[in-house]
Design a binder for this molecule. Structure first.
Ligand code: GLU
Length: 473
């Protein structure tokens, strides 16, 4: 965490916005409207703990932009939650959705608790009470505002939210679309759990396949063989590490609360996760060197550093020690403004959060569409396509006089199922977004960095949407 207690995450988002706004042609009134948070709901409610003690819970839901509805964004459970943080994260959601063409306004929720301090029963009570507060003020609904998992929450909490919503709004046909990131049995979509981490991989893979970007950092083309460090082995970090490794990168460093580990020859991510499950720590993993602090991972020798935990972990005091040539922001806001300046001056390529970690919301969008259509992806066309492909294979075999081997045959014949459709939709989204941002950056030599290019992309899309609504001349 930054040692500067006066640091405002929201102000930093505004600063980045302003840096990009000068490269657009929108007037100041328009830009100011885009920047502001449209609705901020701060609540306090009591919860009786299992011990009988009554505690007051502080929570928020911020809707940053109503230029498109519903609003969309996760809910985090963290002791660091405050209004400034939730506002910043909600704003990032607006820009993130715009960049990946997901038709939502940005939102974010937060409950100021340390989840480890509460029993599952108490967490359920808190989640359900929070949901009913949102319902009371019309801050949730498939066409209003759709929460999702974030730091400290997951499928279990989303199922509680849905169940509370359904109980309070009986008969609402599209109720399942009031929240995403649900278990598949509760209307979730296959592929949502790993979506953010997989999106980080697709994004970084495309970055590494872009000659212009690799020339900037002096690294060879392709993700294969690149040495990667990941800070944070939660849902996002662990999947990002796994997919990068499957894509040919070498995971040399990993970090969790208890410390960090490094092995120049590479770490087996699954084995490290297994080791942590067994021993309660990633430390003492066979063949790896221990580091006392999680933050040590940020300064490790590698090509790509992926901070995948909380915001502001790289700041003025440690930015100068970062050795990576590329930083892939899997977390939201892992760099303070000072760190951004220092690293840009050093020529580090910072692949910005609001585009790189957009895989989660992209697949949330697919889940929401599934809920509104009330049908699983691939259900109608899978067998039809397989039958068609079967005929094609037979024709080809007849024409060539050669039988295909089993592997080839299965590959060609398979019809689309939910997981493959979701993943290919995500891959397409991340590749297109990377190319759009790079095009903006390449097209204007005065644009200083990739984050600014991403903001320009977002501002133009949000402003155009307001203009098309007739709100701006
Ligand atoms: N919490 C995730 C994010 O920051 C996902 C949001 C969503 O799926 O709505 O992007």
């Amino acid at each position: 965490m930054s040692t500067n207690t006066n640091y405002s995450f929201f102000k930093n988002v505004e600063k980045n916005f302003d840096k990009a706004a000068v490269f657009t042609n929108w007037d100041n009134g328009v830009l100011r409207q885009i920047k502001e948070c449209n609705s901020v709901y701060q609540m306090r409610f009591p919860i009786k703990r299992e011990s009988g003690e009554v505690v007051t819970i502080e929570a928020y839901r911020v809707q940053h932009s109503h230029h498109k509805t519903p609003c969309k964004g996760g809910i985090r459970f963290s002791i660091a939650v405050d209004q400034d943080e939730v506002m910043a994260l909600a704003a990032l959601m607006t820009y993130k959705c715009a960049i990946v063409n997901v038709p939502f306004g940005g939102a974010k929720g937060g409950i100021k608790i340390r989840p480890k301090d509460y029993t599952p029963y108490e967490l359920e009570k808190i989640t359900r009470r929070y949901t009913s507060e949102l319902i009371k003020k019309s801050f949730i609904g498939p066409g209003i505002d759709v929460p999702a998992p974030d730091y400290g929450t997951g499928e279990r909490e989303m199922a509680w939210i849905l169940d509370t919503y359904v109980a309070m709004r009986p008969g609402e046909i599209d109720a399942a679309g009031c929240v995403t990131g649900k278990p598949v049995s509760q209307g979730g979509v296959r592929g949502r759990r790993e979506a953010t981490g997989l999106g980080v991989f697709y994004g970084l893979n495309e970055v590494c396949n872009t000659q212009w970007l690799m020339d900037k950092v002096g690294l060879p083309l392709g993700i294969k063989g690149k040495r990667v460090c990941v800070q944070g082995l939660g849902n996002v970090g662990s999947h990002a590490a796994k997919f990068c490794s499957e894509g040919g990168a070498k995971i040399v460093g990993l970090a969790e609360f208890e410390g960090a580990i490094y092995n120049y020859d590479g770490l087996d991510v699954d084995a490290v996760i297994e080791h942590r499950k067994k021993t309660g720590s990633i430390l003492d993993f066979p063949g790896a060197t221990n580091f006392a602090k999680s933050q040590d991972a940020l300064e490790m020798d590698c090509d790509i550093l992926i901070p995948a935990a909380l915001e502001s972990v790289i700041h003025a005091e440690n930015a100068g020690n970062v050795k990576a040539k590329i930083i892939g922001e899997a977390a939201n806001g892992p760099l303070t403004g000072d760190a951004d300046d220092i690293l840009n001056r050093k020529g580090v390529l910072i692949v910005p959060d609001m585009y790189l970690n957009a895989g989660g919301v992209t697949v949330s969008y697919f889940e929401w569409l599934k809920n509104l259509s009330h049908v699983r992806y691939g259900r109608l066309e899978k067998r039809f396509t397989e039958n068609l492909n079967h005929h094609l294979v037979m024709q080809v075999e007849e024409m060539t006089g050669k039988a295909m081997n089993k592997v080839e045959r299965n590959l060609i014949m398979q019809g689309p199922d939910e997981i493959s459709l979701v993943r290919s939709g995500l891959e397409e989204t991340m590749i297109t977004a990377t190319r759009e941002i790079v095009e903006i950056w390449q097209g204007n030599p005065a644009v200083p960095d990739m984050r600014t290019a991403a903001y320009i992309c977002a501002i133009n899309k949000v402003a155009t949407s307001y203009a098309e609504l007739g709100i701006f001349p």
